[in-house]
Design a protein around this ligand. Structure first.
Ligand SMILES: Cc1cc2nc3c(=O)[nH]c(=O)nc-3n(C[C@H](O)[C@H](O)[C@H](O)COP(=O)(O)OP(=O)(O)OC[C@H]3O[C@@H](n4cnc5c(N)ncnc54)[C@H](O)[C@@H]3O)c2cc1C
Length: 332
């Protein structure tokens, strides 16, 4: 399998104002994709990933939904500068936060803009399977609910198979573990999909595991890094160890000594290179590169499938060398 790493010009057909701080961008993009995937946008000299809110099974057009992040570079630029007819640069869709073949119920917990891939997954699951789907969607207040009417329509159309429950923080605080357990009820065999702010996802995951859910049934899409280890430079030390890391980017090859606990992305930066990256959590796949010599082990991999790993692809933000010498080639 060959990954398309390139960026493609994509015209914005329409923009839908969903809430005061959230917009949907309807894109003129003929990309095949799976429900739950995302595209990565190149803007403001950097890269950001945005999930599809549309479903390839029910929507004729591809849509991404972007919520303003206070102080955030790209989300605010998109809201303030983009208009219908403008052209943006995006990758083709990627990501593994997708439905798997299963007849078990699907139970989703989302918060804020995390509803974006959950809506896509819900539409596809209802359209292409006979699975029951239940979504607990948490928002600050009623005005912050994104896709309230789309979710209500799905519930009217599939009253026996779909339940949406809205949790509003202004009516009793954040979601508590007891509510997660209560919403899950006896559906311990379900597939669980989580997407939202990091503390929300951590709480839901903890509650599900304590409730007896098998961790292998929990699928999480993290929009932001969670651990110190996944932050830039999080666990790196300056001590050298035996071995080298060679990085090839845009025709330049640089070799540096290995440092303990350093990711390949961090080694590349230390070598004076500026490779592509976005989430730095192992989710978006923007930092993908090909290992052509040696071996790396990823701390987290929520973006590459087994075939891609076998073919030697690595998420450089998560990959650490496990061989004395390693060569990593960025393809774009
Ligand atoms: C796989 C994936 C899918 C995603 N899907 C979606 C989606 O569907 N919809 C969506 O809205 N988002 C989504 N995201 C999140 C999105 O990619 C961006 O992270 C988000 O829009 C914020 O980007 P930004 O450039 O606006 O903010 P950034 O500039 O990255 O800033 C983020 C935060 O850091 C703070 N900050 C920035 N600079 C500094 C500084 N120097 N010091 C201190 N604090 C600082 C900002 O105040 C802000 O709070 C997704 C992320 C991933 C990884």
């Amino acid at each position: 399998m060959v990954r398309d790493h390139g960026f493609h010009p994509v015209r914005i057909k329409r923009i839908v104002q969903e809430t005061a701080d959230t917009r949907t961008y309807v894109l003129d993009a003929p990309f095949p994709y799976r429900a739950g995937q995302f595209v990565t946008v190149r803007a403001c000299g950097t890269l950001r990933s945005y999930s599809m809110s549309s479903s390839p099974d029910t929507d004729a057009e591809l849509m991404t939904t972007v919520k303003r992040v206070p102080g955030g570079l790209v989300s605010n630029w998109m809201h303030d500068h983009l208009e219908p007819g403008d052209v943006i640069e995006t990758t083709t869709p990627a990501g593994v936060f997708c439905l798997r073949e299963s007849g078990t119920p699907l139970v989703a917990f989302c918060g804020g803009s995390g509803v974006t891939p959950i809506l896509s997954l819900t539409k596809s699951a209802l359209a292409t399977t006979s699975r029951r789907v239940r979504v607990l969607s948490a928002d600050r207040d009623a005005g912050s609910i994104i896709f309230g009417s789309a979710l209500a329509e799905l519930s009217e159309r599939h009253p026996d198979r779909f339940e949406i429950r809205h949790h509003l923080d202004d009516q009793g605080g954040f979601v508590a573990e007891a509510q997660v357990r209560e919403f899950t009820g006896g559906d311990l065999d379900a597939d669980f999909y989580l997407c939202g702010p990091a503390p929300f996802m951590d709480l839901v995951e903890r509650a599900l595991l304590a409730h007896g859910v098998d961790g292998a049934q929990i699928f999480a899409e993290r929009f932001t890094p969670t651990t110190e280890a996944s932050a830039p430079g999080g666990r790196t030390t300056n001590a050298e160890k035996d071995g080298t890391v060679s990085i090839v980017l845009a025709g330049k090859r640089r070799t540096v000594p290995q440092h303990p606990c350093e990711t390949l992305l961090e080694s590349a930066r230390r070598a004076g290179l500026f490779p592509p990256f976005s989430c730095e959590s192992g989710n978006c796949g923007t930092c993908i590169a090909h290992v052509t010599e040696g071996e790396a082990k990823m701390r987290v991999n929520n973006a590459l499938d087994d075939d891609e790993v076998t073919e030697g692809w690595v998420l450089t933000c998560q990959g650490e060398p496990v061989s004395a010498h390693i060569t990593v080639v960025y393809e774009n």
